[in-house]
Write a protein that binds this ligand. Sequence first.
Ligand code: GLA
Length: 378
Amino acid sequence: MESFRNFIPQITVQSPGRINFIGEHTDYNMGFVLPTAIDRKIIFKLRKNNSKKNCYVYSANYDTGFSFDLSEISISVKEWENYILGVIHEIQQLTDKLRGFDCVLSSDIPVGSGISSSAALECGLAFGLNELFELGLSNLTIVELSQRAEHNYVGTKCGIMDQYASVLSKKDHVILLDCKSVKHEFIPLKIEPYKVLLLNTNVSHSLASSEYNKRREECEKGVRIIQQVYHQVKSLRDVDEKMLAEFRGTLGETIYRRCNYIVEEKSRVLQAVEALKEKRLKDFGTLMYATHEGLTKEYEVSCPELDFLVEFSKKYKTIIGSRMMGGGFGGCTINLIHESAVEEFIEKASTAYFKKFSIKLDALEANPSGGTSILNDQ
Ligand code: GLA
């Protein structure tokens, strides 16, 4: 294929990464989440190549590409290819209108940082192909097929949050998503004089995917036990603190702690939304700290690097909330920090983090942005 620079696309799509203020690991338990897309994105340049079934996808970041035949889609040994192939496979379950295409992609979302470069990749491709071949898929269908691609081709049994936020976000708002009804409310994000600062630990422990699926199974096991008595319970969404307390002995210590975190986190999200609406930002931040505590101690998806950064933030009055974000075992912390303190804090945290782990810390300010869209400036 000709070089990236000479590639003339028919359409260009941008698909963003996301942050999540609160509501972690609640999506696959049918609870609430509070994410939004940010100004870090993958750009897709796409064109039809007039073949029936030959496709080529090239990543400018990695200077690598691969070709495939639309009539022979199957799981690859290379993980990144599976995000692409998974989306193609899922689109093919819905329509036979796909034809040969070429795609060049470039990204400024750090990979493995918990900002969901995977959802951006899946959703941007699905969105772009939907436009290019006029497939007639709705945004929600794009979200859901991208989630299935991750389940079936990548093997992570993720919830719906990342894909939903990547596609459906609205600038300067957060999405209160009810993962049971799959309905959302946009809430204006008014946090001045605070900013959202992400600190990337630059670690991504290999446990991430296997432990993620294990947490999901543990929650499902909890539900199955509770269901034996309360038949109406379909997920942890339907369980409250009182009901859970009845099963403390039966569930066993580990499953109980997993379920207890989820039950508490569900109500924390709703409390945080009230705090945001009433501009009680300190209360909002306190709830973020409580989430971190639960993720570390009860859900056990944090790691020493994330815990260190959250603890470190507590020394600064200018930081009102901090916690690990995303699936866990590495990636970023999300911090609510006074705008006047950003620079100094980054410097102090980077020095302390390097001293402790000999790893470079990356900081990035995240600005809420709109969801996946076509770029007009070509
Ligand atoms: C990952 C998954 C999401 C969600 C978060 C944890 O980002 O893709 O579905 O479960 O972890 O909240």
